[in-house]
Ligand binder design. Structure first.
Ligand code: SF4
Length: 512
């Protein structure tokens, strides 16, 4: 499980959990919206590096451009200049290697008669199989939950009929009718010829915020995307809120039943996923991460000469640990910023070097030192073990590992790629066993209550299912089974993770 993959398989050289998309929507008459979308997507690149795309409308036609690759690879100046329009949406996507294809890149596009719209999604639905059935997909033909979402909206538009075209708010009404059937995580943006729409699921698993331009509005997964396009942060959308932006301005509505609204922002947005300059629940993420390190130092002190963070997301918590403990902060690892995720390695020696593609030790700072090494999480553990070995080889006399979140024991079904339970180190080993496996002198994790306190938003409502096994939205049996170690969800997932409401009719991959 935690040993390197057998020969000729892709080796994960960064085994952190992966975000699964960033979304943006812009309504800005008189401005070069395609260029603004590009800048916003660039700011959200950390949320997905597999594909990028945008849909832009000039009031008559919706034009989609999308492709595999980074934002800067997919778009060039000529292409952006040709994408004339006053509104649009964009999406940058990450998914598992198996579902990486142009077909699954976004925005998703649909046309019903003369009506056309595009959709960009961040998150994962958990009832995709049931929805696919409802939308009329044959079992096994569904590529992604986002595809099903778009199809259901299209089916609704088709049901309303040809008169929809004459109703300027046809898409808004269809979205409001359809989104209550979605279950799981979805921060989603839509565009048609004249409107930009944003919806945040009733749990608000994934972030979505609203910003103001001089002559327009912006919706974005994270607030730095607003800064990048020169917009002023207005507010985060509430869980269960739908916002429509058009020539009349901005209007907000609540399409979900009140009893479904239960804020559960992904705790790992604070720990790892979001940019440090993002605001979540009104709190700055960087400072929250520094506080996590301070809490960690109070909870699990160590005798050491230097505190260092695992670049880049472990560094703020290391600063906090150093500040609280009084142990000097220093840099012990250099990260290659241009590293891709996987590396095809034919033998053990090249697999080990694959990790060095990402991290290399600063020997002068490490040799002879007792180190506190702070990281945000350990998921599969492969990178951590190799990193510890590197530090030892570079001369570290002691390595005390400190993690600014609790053990990651349960798979995420709400839009993070963390693998199955069988791949999660802490699902299979005790903390003492992990310490032995990693060959560190000591190992401690931050407790959940201290982590939540460090966010500065205690009581705001968080999902912590990957830490506790308590899933806020019921997980159907097919998904539970796909994430279990040996196909026995009753044994491998907690009893309160939800009874099986949906029969498995096919494996649908994460997409949004
Ligand atoms: S299970 Fe974990 S990673 Fe997934 S949404 Fe919940 S807190 Fe975030």
């Amino acid at each position: 499980m935690t040993s390197p993959a057998p020969g000729n398989e892709p080796v994960v050289v960064d085994d952190s959990p992966r975000e699964a998309c960033g979304v943006v929507g812009i309504y800005a008459p008189g401005q070069a919206v395609s260029h603004l979308l590009y800048l916003a997507l660039y700011a959200l690149q950390h949320r997905g590096q597999e594909s990028a795309g945008m849909a832009v409308s000039d009031g008559e036609t919706l034009t989609i451009v999308k492709d595999m690759g980074l934002v800067a690879t997919v778009f060039d100046d000529r292409m952006l200049a040709a994408l004339a329009g006053h509104l649009g949406i964009g999406q940058t996507r990450y998914s598992t290697t198996g579902s990486s294809s142009w077909k699954n890149s976004q925005p998703v596009y649909r046309t019903i008669g003369n009506v056309e719209f595009a959709l960009g999604h961040n998150g994962n639905l958990v009832n995709t199989v049931a929805l696919a059935d409802e939308a009329g997909f044959l079992p096994g033909t569904v590529e992604s939950d986002s595809d099903v979402m778009a199809e259901l909206v299209a089916v609704d538009l088709a049901r309303v009929g040809a008169e929809a075209r004459s109703d300027e708010r046809h898409l808004e009404r269809a979205v409001a009718r359809v989104v209550p059937s979605f279950e799981g995580a979805f921060s989603v943006v839509f565009a048609d010829e004249g409107h930009v729409i944003g919806v945040r699921d009733p749990n608000g698993f994934r972030p979505l915020c609203l910003g103001r331009l001089d002559n327009g509005w912006v919706l974005a997964s994270e607030s730095p995307a607003l800064d990048t396009v020169g917009a002023t942060f207005v507010r985060e959308l509430d869980p269960g809120e739908m916002v429509v932006i058009d020539a009349a301005g901005v209007r907000s509505s609540r399409p979900f039943d009140d009893e479904r609204v239960n804020p559960k922002l992904c705790l790992f947005e604070f720990v790892y996923f979001a940019r440090p300059d993002t605001q979540l629940y009104g709190q700055g993420v960087h400072h929250a991460r520094v506080r996590m390190g301070e809490e960690l130092a109070a909870h699990a002190p160590a005798e050491a000469d230097m505190v260092m963070g695992v670049p880049e997301s472990g560094v703020p918590a290391a600063e906090g640990f150093a500040r609280r403990s009084g142990i000097p902060f220093g840099h012990g690892l250099v990260k290659n910023r241009y590293i891709g995720r996987t590396f095809i390695a034919p033998n053990q020696r090249l697999r080990a070097l694959g990790v060095r593609m990402k991290l290399n030790p600063l020997r002068d700072n490490i040799a002879g030192q007792r180190l506190v090494v702070v990281d945000d999480s350990i998921v599969r553990g492969t990178t951590t073990k190799a990193m510890v070995q590197m530090l030892r080889e570079a001369g570290a006399s002691e390595v005390h590992m400190r993690i600014s979140s609790p053990p990651y024991r349960w798979p995420c079904f709400y839009g993070m790629d963390t693998g199955t339970r069988g791949e999660l180190l802490a699902a299979n080993l005790t903390v003492d066993e992990i310490q032995s496996y990693l060959e560190v002198d000591s190992l401690s994790y931050l407790t959940l209550d201290r982590l939540v306190a460090a966010t500065g938003a205690t009581g705001a409502g968080f999902c912590d299912a990957c830490l506790t096994g308590e899933y806020p939205v019921e997980i159907p049996i097919d998904l539970r089974r796909s994430a279990a170690i040996d196909g026995d969800p009753a044994r491998e997932l907690p009893a309160d993770a939800g009874l099986p409401p949906v029969a498995a009719t096919g494996r649908i991959r994460a997409s949004g």
